[in-house]
Ligand binder design. Structure first.
Ligand SMILES: O=C(O)CCC(=O)C(=O)O
Ligand SMILES: [Fe+2]
Length: 306
């Protein structure tokens, strides 16, 4: 049950996506000013493998400084409505993220460990647009992947496209978006933190209709602290699977040639990336993002009453 304060008004949902439209309408040579030292966090667009995809990222999106920095870079003469909308949306989703993670850590009895991580968590808001493919073009909006984040929350108003792979790896579930729904997904790093209990979902975007698609993703990252499996989650039945590692080291490694070659869709490497030493003996996993210890799915679309 999500408390009633987590409500998004349809008018606000419309406003969020109008702000996105305004952003993507900027010329490309302005959008490319959005850069980052971390791969895949600044402007991405016109990539041959995913030509429909365009995305920009606002670092520290739940802080006024973070959103103002982004806004003044793209609109040097200012754009208060964009700034206020992005900030309000990010704060709202961050609250939701923390609510979900507090619930999850309560289930596992690892509240203290979560509070420690929370102290060094930062949030990235990605604004994404997928254009409609032309007749001879791929319909692939974004390739199948798991997120490199700790947690991710996705929001889309009405245009379908997001698909989540089932746990048996055989089917894709098409997500039905709504202005009042948020999709909460674990990232790779949450899996490591929970010693493999919470698995990230493999997901992709396929563009089908004739409408362009705008989506918003809020991703959490842990900085300046090694991710460490809480001792409560290690016992004879659940031996330690991940040694302490840095989230950003993981991301940087993942995007190296070596990282790509090693085909890690998860934190599953031993000798190559030395701070992650314990190999996960598993095939590529997929499916529910959050699994409670007893098995029932916790991954869900969080629906909000309006
Ligand atoms: O646009 C979407 O619905 C999915 C985006 C996504 O998976 C990502 O940015 O990692
Ligand atoms: Fe993703």
């Amino acid at each position: 049950m999500v408390p009633t304060k987590y409500q998004i008004h349809p008018g606000n949902a419309r406003r969020n996506f109008r702000a996105s439209e305004e952003l993507f309408d900027l010329p490309t040579d302005v959008k490319i000013l959005n850069t980052s030292d971390t791969p895949s966090r600044g402007y991405v667009g016109q990539e041959p493998v995913i030509p429909l995809y365009e995305g920009l990222g606002i670092e520290n999106a739940n802080t006024r400084e973070g959103v103002e920095k982004f806004t003044s870079l793209l609109w040097p003469s200012g754009n208060d409505p964009f700034c206020e909308t992005a900030l309000e949306f990010s704060k709202f989703v961050v609250e939701l993220d923390q609510l979900v993670m507090r619930m999850v850590s309560e289930v596992y009895g690892i509240e203290n460990s979560y509070e420690t991580l929370l102290g060094t968590t930062s949030y990235l808001l990605r604004l994404i647009k997928y254009r409609v493919p032309s007749i001879d073009e791929t319909s692939l909006g974004i390739v199948p992947h798991t997120d490199k984040s700790f947690m991710s929350i996705l929001h889309q108003r009405q245009v379908q496209g997001l698909e989540i792979k089932t746990k048996n790896g055989e089917n894709w579930i098409l997500v039905d978006p709504s202005p009042s729904s948020f999709i909460v997904m674990a990232g790779d790093v949450c899996m490591a933190w929970t010693n493999g209990r919470i698995e990230p979902s493999t997901h992709r975007v396929i563009m089908k209709g004739s409408e362009e698609r705008y989506s918003l993703g809020l991703f959490s990252f842990i900085k300046d602290l090694k991710i460490q499996v809480p001792e409560e989650l290690v016992d004879d039945e659940h031996p330690l699977q991940y040694k302490p590692f840095g989230h950003y080291e993981y991301i940087h490694f993942y995007y190296t040639e070596e990282g790509k070659k090693s085909n890690i869709s998860h934190l599953a490497t031993t000798n190559i990336f030395t701070s992650i030493i314990l190999r996960r003996a598993r095939n590529q996993s997929a499916g529910e993002a959050v699994k409670a210890p007893s098995g029932p799915r916790l991954y869900k679309l969080i629906d909000h009453e309006i």
